[in-house]
Design a protein around this ligand. Structure first.
Ligand code: C2E
Ligand code: CA
Ligand code: CA
Length: 780
């Protein structure tokens, strides 16, 4: 039940209770008044009735007395003239309204009777009246059968009493009505008598209703005003005994006063009161609802507002005109809403911003990038990751306070040049700059401006700090279509740029050690060996002195079922890290020795160079394996050349010396690959059974342009020869390079200018063409 309804109900219930109590009280007061009035009226009425009856009896007695003085009657009585007596009695009786006239002898016997002759000779029943009448006219009300009479007894003197005259005047309904009329009382008047059984019953009625039988049902008369209920109606009743003959049954008048009649005027008042109550209730209900509404409505609004705040909606509650407590509550509520909203905004801001630089943090940057990519999916975008490489060092030496100030300063510099790009602090030492709708050119311009802004050292008091900034760039959609990927890739590029001579690097997927496709390649590579997806290409090596191709290098390829033909750079490093390289190497060794055997059988004895990985040196059974394969395919050990990079050797020289020692014992030659770029120590090289060095293509490619490279290559060739090594130059792409190498006495050349790596039958076809002299420019 709502607060509002409860309030209204309480209001109305209170109203009803007050009205009802008032009504009952008023009714009770009215009733008491009516009863008191009734009692007063009854008392007065009873006295008046008794007095009037007495008056009437006196008058009648006087009349009878006058009759008794009638001379003719006295004479007739004296003469015992029955007929005259009777006629006189009848005449007089009619005149005074008596029903019955009797002549009674002094002996008490009835001598004449106008109505009932059978009584003549019998004793007159009311002898007390007879006795009393000798002093004064005696009168009493007597009950005769179901009727009441005044029995008036008067002596007849002549001059002494000679007889008595009794007159019975009926006290009937008409008389009572007359009395009631005279007294002008609204009461009911009844004349009652008690029968032999002791019950009181009516003998005459002054009104329409008779209440005597019920009122007197206990045999007692209400001698005091008494409230009684008869047939559901209330009366105040009062009885008064009349002067009566001792010989007669008791006679009384019963006056009763109807409360209901008396209360009749109040009925209409009650009705009006009821209507008023109903109207008041209706009005009260409406009023109560309105008041309850005015009280409950603001509270409901506040409750609704609280619910909204709970769900994160801080729009303030509608203004309320309420004053007092509710108004104060509303105002407090509005303040609270405002404060919560402010605090939440602050928390949200803190969650999305870096406290030091006040720039958005990485999460906010990610959201910004994601949002702008969602809004314009077709647009390109560039993400710059700007790192301060020296910051950790600065923090370590000067503390975090300075570190924070350096970052704040760098953030401010970047913000100043951002110009539409979103700047954020991506990590402790990195900022990100995101520009939607831009391409590589804009990215490079922005990167240069960022570097320009940051290379100026940070100055404070007497210190000047160089932060060593670098920029990594990732492009959308080429390098990724979601914020996370772009951030990661820009970071990879930044790592490559950090410390580099040219500190701006655009992300390059092929050099990314973290790119996800490598994960799937790892799984695929295990199956590749067994699934016959690996194959070998052979790159010819030209012997410059003879102009003959006398050897080839076996280069591995992976025909990936999904990605197509993959170069070894993409999976060799992976195979080394996952431990699959041994299996791969065994396969390469077996295939290339088998191929050498095949070529020899077909009249082309070629030396095959096999690339080994540093991890192959850990395999103690490698020499045995090679020996086993050579034997199996009946190939001379001199037909195999093992290549190991300079850096692989320097990684673990002792192992290399041990393994290659055993291989050299078997007659297998060893070449140092990528010579010149690793930090070779000739001391170690001298201890290895090396037969050949392969100058890295880095040096041969710019031979035509760079004279210092030419000198370098020349001294490498000379040094190699002096140490007794054959020298091969890799990456020979031009005729100029070839000619120069020839002049300085390099033994072998290898490179695209001679031939790319090719299938075995293509090698054979090339050899045949050279033998026929149809291949120009190589051997010349
Ligand atoms: P590498 O031993 O230095 O092999 C020579 C690489 O230079 C080959 O790349 C070859 O195609 C390329 N090349 C040859 N002539 C020229 C030229 O004139 N100009 C240029 N720019 N490049 C030229 P490839 O086949 O991609 O092999 C890359 C590397 O993969 C090899 O470098 C080698 O270290 C490794 N590798 C290849 N096959 C195997 C193998 O079977 N086992 C092991 N462990 N490593 C292998
Ligand atoms: Ca090689
Ligand atoms: Ca090489």
């Amino acid at each position: 039940m709502s607060f509002r309804l409860r309030l209204a109900l309480l209001f109305v219930a209170t109203l009803i209770v007050i009205q009802l109590v008032t009504g009952v009280l008023m009714y009770e007061v009215a009733r008491r008044g009516v009863i008191a009035e009734g009692e007063r009226q009854l008392a007065a009425g009873a006295d008046s009735v008794a007095r009037q009856l007495d008056d009437m009896s006196t008058r009648v007695a006087d009349n009878v007395h006058v009759l008794a003085l009638d001379y003719a009657l006295r004479t007739a009585i004296a003469q015992r003239d029955e007929g005259t007596v009777l006629s006189a009695l009848r005449n007089h009786g009619r005149r005074i309204g008596a029903d019955r006239m009797m002549l009674i002898g002094l002996d008490g016997l009835i001598r004449s009777d106008t109505s009932d002759t059978s009584d003549v000779g019998h004793a007159f029943p009311y002898e007390d009246l007879v006795e009393a009448s000798l002093d004064h006219p005696a009168a009493a009300v007597v009950a005769l059968g179901s009727k009441a009479y005044w029995m008036i007894v008067v002596p007849v003197y002549a001059p002494s009493p000679i007889a008595l005259i009794a007159a019975a005047i009926p006290v009937d309904d008409a008389l009572l009505k007359h009395l009631q009329h005279l007294s002008a009382l609204p009461n009911m008047l009844e004349l009652i008598t008690r029968n032999a059984a002791g019950h009181w019953s009516d003998i005459a009625l002054g009104g329409e209703r008779a209440v005597a039988p019920q009122v007197t049902s206990h045999g007692d008369l209400p001698m005091e005003p008494t409230v009684v209920t008869v047939n559901g109606y209330e009366y105040v009743a009062l009885a008064k005994r009349l002067r009566e003959s001792q010989r007669s049954a008791p006679v009384a008048v019963l006056l009763s006063y109807s409360l209901d009649d008396a209360l009749q005027p109040y009925r209409s008042v009650t009705l009006a009161w009821g209507i008023l109550l109903a109207l008041g209730l209706a009005g009260g209900l409406v009023g109560a609802m309105l008041i309850a509404r005015s009280v409950a409505r603001p509270i409901e609004i506040l409750a609704e507002t609280a619910r909204r705040i709970e769900s994160g909606d801080y729009t303030p509650a509608p203004r309320m005109r309420e004053r007092g407590e509710v108004g104060q509550l509303a105002a407090a509520f509005a303040n609270m809403t405002h404060a919560i909203a402010e605090r939440e905004e602050q928390i949200r801001h803190q969650a999305r911003h870096d406290a030091v630089t006040t720039l958005p943090n990485r999460q906010a940057a990610e959201e910004t990038i994601g949002r702008s990519l969602d809004e314009s999916p077709q647009a390109t975008g560039v993400l710059l990751m700007i790192g301060l490489a020296r910051l950790p060092e600065i923090i370590q030496t000067l503390g975090h306070t300075i570190g924070d100030r350096v970052m704040r300063d760098a953030g401010a510099r970047l913000r100043a040049l951002a110009d539409g790009a979103s700047v954020a602090r991506a990590t402790d030492t990195q900022f990100s700059l995101w520009l939607i709708g831009a391409g590589i050119e804009e990215a490079l311009i922005l990167a240069r401006r960022a570097l320009d802004a940051l290379v100026t050292p940070y100055r404070e008091a007497d210190i000047s700090l160089d932060t060593a900034p670098a920029v990594g760039i990732a492009l959308s959609p080429v390098h990724g279509r979601d914020a996370g990927a772009l951030l990661r890739r820009a970071e990879v590029a930044l790592i490559a740029a950090t410390g580099a001579e040219h500190p701006i690097v655009v992300y390059n997927p092929t050099t990314d050690p973290h790119r996800p496709e490598r994960l799937s390649l790892m799984g695929d590579l295990r199956k590749a060996v067994g699934a016959d997806e690996l194959l070998l290409s052979y790159q010819p090596k030209l012997h410059l002195a003879s102009g003959v191709i006398d050897s080839v290098e076996a280069l591995l390829r992976w025909r990936h079922p999904v990605r197509g033909l993959l170069p070894p750079d993409l999976f060799i490093g992976l195979a080394e890290r996952t431990g699959n390289i041994r299996e791969v190497s065994r396969w390469v060794i077996d295939r290339s020795i088998a191929q050498a055997a095949d070529w020899t059988r077909r009249g082309h004895p070629l030396r095959v160079a096999i690339n080994l990985s540093a991890r192959d040196l850990d395999d103690d059974r490698l020499p045995d394996l090679i020996a086993d394969r050579l034997a199996a395919h009946a190939v001379q050990p001199a037909c195999v050349l093992l290549e190991l990079t300079e850096s692989a050797v320097m990684n673990d020289p002792e192992t290399a010396i041990r393994v290659f020692g055993r291989l050299a014992d078997q007659g297998v030659d060893l070449a140092i690959d990528d010579f010149g770029i690793g930090q070779s120590s000739f001391a170690y090289l001298r201890r290895l059974p090396v037969r050949e060095i392969k100058i890295d293509r880095l040096f041969t490619q710019s031979l035509a342009l760079d004279s210092s490279d030419r000198e370098l290559v020349r001294s490498m060739v000379e040094l190699g020869h002096r140490l007794g090594y054959r020298v091969t130059a890799e990456g020979v792409e031009t005729v100029e390079a070839l000619e120069y190498l020839r002049t300085i006495g390099c033994d072998h050349v290898q490179g695209y200018h001679i031939a790319k790596a090719m299938a075995p039958d293509a090698v054979e076809a090339m050899l045949q063409r050279m033998a026929a002299g149809t291949l120009a420019g190589v051997s010349a």
